[in-house]
Design a protein around this ligand. Structure first.
Ligand code: MSP
Length: 480
């Protein structure tokens, strides 16, 4: 059986999850469900990144131990994912014992290979980013991202021989042209590598919230070295990952540090790293301090879970930046989910209940190839879009077909003709729509499946709908 392994970044549990976290997690869920639909053996991993100075400092502010602090926030993440119908297989925490063991195992391997040496780090570090900066990266002495004063470190540290992997990384991108996706993000990474790769400081002695280096317990492993390994510790036999979904801000860690670490440890590299864009909120950068943040509960409260899932992948193309606006979400909900999809389903159900259905397909035809309407569905394009991770394109294609179905109703006027064959074609097409929408809006898709009596499985798209009594049910989307 074909396997598919997808991951999200593991999030810092220093606050409750917001739209940025939800975006990657829903994207991974859409991909996981799509591959399940195809009958593949799927693994979907998400979780939290719990070590490091950033978490330790946040805990200190609340006068809690780091573990106590994160233990309080984890249920918020799990709860958010439950509300959003996220079908992950494991929620990994970097404080999980099996993960910590894996980190030490990999550190030891890399050390034994001679790729780790003791030195002294002298330079800048932003705890907010959990990242190192050079003098020329800073803006007015401040972190380029957080605009806060930056720490200058001077302490003994173990280094990973990242510089040694410069050539190997460039070879990897060449041999595997989609390793960095979308392609337009690749050039920047290559340019930066070509400028020269410094060895990476991977341990600290000035705090203790993390995994101790197995060969020198006074040193605590750098949080990114620790975190990236989650993808392997949580793989459960599925490694290498088919795709790591991430935001564009963390592409360097995933396409440079991570493959170098793996090559050094003698572990296969993932097949692809896909970086999506960032959401702004009413055209402004999402920022908690300026109240420009939308958390998961707020997102869902606007028009429901499926509206949120739908909006995020309908509004912008996956890979590009997007702007979140409550008004636009509501407009799309009313005009597209309610007026296009909801109306189609309720109209056809009402007419089918009143006049009945008649299969236009004889029992000699095992496929519903005689459904003329269904011929307008571009399944090949949808499959291709999913293969290229153009999730928004796949969704657009499904909605073009919904438009085609609505036109068909308009043109054929079954409420005048009472034509049972036309109604059958429509119901059979709604089956295809329901199946294809399941990855995006599972709750709605399951309601449609129940109402029209079909199973959510890709093969069923081609199987004629078994005639069953269809009843008008409560409408799918009440207008907001
Ligand atoms: N802990 C690291 C990831 C380690 S993975 C081995 C981390 N965590 S994070 O919580 O800060 O961010 C997680 C993800 O949220 C990143 O992929 C980031 O791009 C994403 N987003 C944060 N704000 C975002 C938006 N405004 N829009 C879209 N995604 C954003 O980084």
């Amino acid at each position: 059986m074909k396997k598919f392994y997808v991951t999200t970044p593991i999030y810092y549990p220093n606050d409750i999850p917001h739209i940025g976290h939800a975006y990657t997690t829903i994207a991974a869920d859409i991909l996981a469900r799509w591959h399940k639909l195809l009958g593949e053996n799927v693994r979907f991993l998400t979780g939290t990144d719990e070590h490091g100075k950033k978490i330790q400092t946040a805990a200190e502010k609340q006068k809690k131990s780091p573990k106590e602090f994160v233990d309080n926030l984890i249920p918020k993440f799990k709860d958010a994912w439950k509300k959003l119908n996220i079908s992950y297989d494991r929620f990994i925490r970097t404080t999980d014992k099996d993960h910590e063991k894996k980190v030490q195992e990999i550190l030891q391997k890399v050390y034994d290979k001679g790729d780790i040496y003791l030195g002294k780090y002298e330079g800048y570090y932003c705890t907010g980013c959990e990242a190192y900066y050079t003098e020329k990266d800073l803006t007015g002495g401040c972190c380029p991202i957080h605009k806060t004063k930056i720490e200058k470190l001077k302490e003994p540290s173990y280094f990973f021989r990242l510089g040694k992997y410069q050539k190997k990384l460039l070879e990897l991108y060449k041999k595997n042209p989609e390793f960095i996706s979308p392609i337009f993000r690749k050039k920047e990474i290559i340019n930066r590598i070509e400028e020269g790769l410094q060895d990476l400081s991977i341990s600290r002695t000035s705090f203790d919230w993390g995994v101790p280096m197995p060969f020198d317990k006074k040193h605590i492993c750098y949080v990114w070295f620790d975190a990236l390994i989650n993808y392997v510790s949580g793989a459960d036999g599925f490694w290498p990952a088919d795709v790591h979904l991430i935001g564009k801000d963390i592409i360097w860690f995933h396409t440079v540090y991570w493959p170098a670490m793996l090559i050094s440890a003698g572990i296969e590299v993932p097949k692809k790293v896909f970086a999506h864009g960032w959401w702004t909120f009413d055209k402004e950068k999402i920022s908690k301090s300026r109240g420009k943040v939308i958390n998961v509960d707020e997102l869902i409260s606007i028009a429901g879970v499926d509206a949120a899932r739908y909006f995020l992948f309908r509004e912008t193309s996956f890979g590009e930046d997007g702007d979140f606006s409550e008004k636009v979400l509501i407009d799309r909900y009313n005009n597209e989910l309610a007026d296009k999809l909801g109306n189609l389903v309720s109209r056809v159900a009402a007419l089918a209940e009143k006049y009945g259905l008649e299969k236009a397909i004889t029992h000699t035809h095992r496929e519903n190839s005689q459904n003329k309407l269904l011929k307008k569905l571009k399944l090949k394009q949808i499959e291709e879009s999913f293969n290229e991770l153009k999730i928004d394109k796949a969704l657009n294609e499904i909605f073009s077909f919904i438009d085609a179905c609505n036109e068909y109703v308009q043109n054929k006027k079954p409420w005048e003709t009472h034509d049972k064959k036309i109604l059958y074609e429509l119901a059979d097409s709604i089956k295809a729509i329901g199946i294809l929408l399941w990855p995006f809006i599972p709750e709605t898709a399951e309601k449609i499946a129940k109402q029209f009596g079909f199973e959510i499985c890709y093969k069923q798209i081609k199987e004629p709908l078994k005639i069953k009594k269809i009843k008008k049910e409560e409408i799918l989307f009440k207008k907001v």
